[in-house]
Design a protein around this ligand. Structure first.
Ligand code: HEM
Length: 143
């Protein structure tokens, strides 16, 4: 059962990462090209909505559920430093995902109300760096 949870967990975190990294890219394009034509705006608005609603959010929820399932089966893991740091980084990743969802709503109304594309690029670095910390912690389990 533990390995079933881990299999589902790894599939879900891959989808979550794909969704959140692509979502910020779409938002950057929306900020830079969303005002140039109504077609661009409508196209990007639809893509952001579907990517978040049907991939990113469900994948995030399944990642959390399967990860929690493994902890439920092996609660001693909560006393380990690697999982504590991993979960802290995961909380920040959830915040970054909810922030992207908020930006989706802003972009849908008026893309010029989005942060500058430079700041959106910085925001896009967050999930990448957090992913590296999370996977490092769970693979090396160094403390
Ligand atoms: C609340 C969310 C999460 C929880 C509770 C959680 C918890 C866990 C637990 C308990 C394991 C099993 C460790 C083991 O048996 O060695 C695990 C494995 C793993 N987690 Fe997570 N995790 C979460 C989110 C994430 C995220 C966001 C990522 C990637 C960005 C991730 C990547 C992995 C990987 C790659 C493994 C497999 C490691 C291995 O097989 O050695 N997890 N996770």
């Amino acid at each position: 059962m533990y390995l079933w949870f881990k299999w589902i967990h790894i599939l879900a975190v891959i989808s979550w990462m794909c969704g959140i990294l692509y979502l910020y890219r779409l938002l950057i394009n929306h900020r830079e090209r969303g005002t140039s034509s109504p077609d661009n705006h409508e196209l990007l608005k639809g893509m952001e909505y579907r990517l978040y609603r049907y991939i990113t959010r469900p994948a995030m929820l399944v990642s959390i559920a399967a990860g929690s399932g493994m902890i439920w089966l092996n609660p001693e893991m909560l006393n380990t430093g690697w999982l504590q740091v991993k979960l802290l980084a995961v909380v920040l990743l959830i915040v970054s995902t909810l922030y992207a969802s908020h930006l989706n709503q802003v972009a849908a109304v008026n893309p010029t109300d989005l942060p500058s594309s430079k700041n959106l690029r910085w925001a896009n670095e967050g999930p990448t760096i957090l992913m590296m910390i999370i996977v490092w912690m769970v693979v090396f389990k160094s403390f």
